[in-house]
Design a protein around this ligand. Structure first.
Ligand code: 7TS
Length: 420
């Protein structure tokens, strides 16, 4: 195993090597087509290093953690805490006790909505959201608003799908207690002005929660610059295992919150009528957490850091630029969202007279995997005034040839619909 705190050394970005790191990319699909995996916004593929790490845990040190009873338990605990330290370093948190392992972004946000929101929000307080948020960053706040009497407010969007900064003054006020915002829209790709929102939230004494599900895998994140109070993200979109995610919370907030789930591991003392809570991070990690998955997430972070966000950004921008140039030149195609400079590597679009689900089916025949539907953003689709969109979302292992395969497959779909 790696020595726990080894910092991965940077290696040159070589596409052939990178693609070989992801065994699934070379496997023909059941219909024999070559895979062009353009659904990274839903989940990313896993490099061999992550697959090996999870397997290694089960083969060599599987045991429960933090029991301190035997050698295997000790060893796996060291590995788990090393993974937590990797997460800490990756997002530049001050203390690894501020890194809570959860099952993913959804659970992380629910944890804050319940354990922070229900304790600290009261009637008249405002939660500031916007229409581009994923349901995971809307519905928990709706429930918390109902339970506490707090009010939901929505920042309007500009016509190209950015937060409209001309409304910040009007909507971020002394009544605002929380700004909950995505780092990157999972549909429009919009990257949001977190620095400005964090500064404004803090000016009025509000807390900012960033949904990093889409941004953390593609952009460098530093929770201390700008200062972010809560950050949620998922391991599986970060080239790590499913079932593991992270909630980062600033210590002062996590300390003030009561536990979200109760059971083993999160207590200090239990009596028949009452209990006291354990220290961070255990207080928020009731029960047995996904241990091998958390350690696998550590391996995924090592992998991403060995490539570096500069190389990742360069490759993804190349792909996005090509898609945003070629898609609008394709007959019947409309793309949604801001210009290249204001978005990450996601592009959603519709093809006139072809339902996105039919389009996704036809693209799949050609091996091009995209997502179709409302992408868990029904309010955004109401705002866009379309019931569904098709979405291509890129990762650094995608190639320009795969963008071309997408375009070719759209022509194929239009041909099938007798549109060309
Ligand atoms: N927030 C955003 C911005 C997301 O894109 C997603 C998942 C979530 C939260 C929830 O993440 P989870 O890991 O807890 O499920 N988005 C998508 C998607 O766009 N397609 O499939 C899942």
């Amino acid at each position: 195993m790696n020595t726990p705190l080894e910092i991965p050394s940077r290696r040159p970005f070589d596409m052939d090597t990178v693609r070989r790191d992801f065994p699934i990319l070379a496997r023909p699909l059941p219909n024999g087509a070559a895979l062009a995996y353009l659904d990274n916004g839903a989940t990313a593929q896993k490099p061999q290093a992550v697959i090996d790490k999870v397997r290694e845990v089960y083969e060599t040190c599987n045991a429960n953690v933090h029991r301190g009873i035997h050698q295997l338990g000790d060893r796996v605990t060291v590995e788990l805490e090393a993974a937590r330290e990797k997460v800490r370093r990756f997002i530049n948190a001050e203390d690894s006790a501020e890194i809570i392992f959860t099952s993913g972004t959804t659970m992380s946000i629910n944890l804050v909505a319940q354990a922070w929101g229900r304790k600290f929000l009261k009637p008249g307080d405002e939660i500031l959201l916007n229409e581009m948020e994923h349901h995971a960053n809307l519905v928990p706040w709706q429930q918390t608003a109902k339970a506490t009497g707090a009010k939901l407010r929505y920042l309007p969007l500009t016509t190209d799908g950015q937060l409209d900064a001309t409304h910040f003054d009007r909507l971020i006020t002394s009544r605002t207690k929380l700004v909950a915002v995505t780092g990157m829209s999972n549909v429009l790709g919009t990257t949001n002005p977190i620095r400005e929102l964090a500064a404004r939230a803090h000016q009025v004494g509000a807390v900012i929660l960033v949904d990093g599900a889409q941004s953390v895998p593609h952009l460098p994140t530093d929770v201390r610059d700008p200062q972010i109070d809560f950050l949620a993200f998922s391991g599986h979109k970060l080239f790590g295992p499913t079932g593991i995610g992270v909630l980062y919370g600033r210590r002062q907030f996590l300390e003030a919150m009561d536990p979200f789930l109760c059971g083993g591991n999160m207590i200090n003392e239990v009596h028949l009528e009452s209990s006291t809570w354990g220290e961070l991070p255990s207080k928020f990690e009731a029960g047995t957490i996904p241990i091998a998955e958390a350690i696998g997430l550590g391996a995924a972070i090592d992998y991403v850091q060995s490539l570096g966000f500069d190389a990742i950004h360069t490759q993804e921008t190349k792909l996005l630029a090509r898609a945003m140039r070629l898609l609008p030149q394709t007959p019947g195609v409309t793309i949604y969202g801001p210009s290249l400079e204001r978005r990450g590597s996601i592009v959603s679009f519709t093809v006139e007279k072809v339902h996105p689900h039919d389009l996704a089916d036809l693209l799949d025949q050609k091996g091009v995997a995209i997502r179709a539907g409302h992408h868990c953003t029904m309010p955004l689709h109401d705002w866009l005034d379309v019931p569904a969109t098709a979405r291509a979302s890129f990762a650094f292992y995608n190639t320009e040839a795969e963008v071309d395969a997408l375009i070719e497959a759209i022509h194929y779909a239009r041909h099938k619909f007798r549109l060309e």
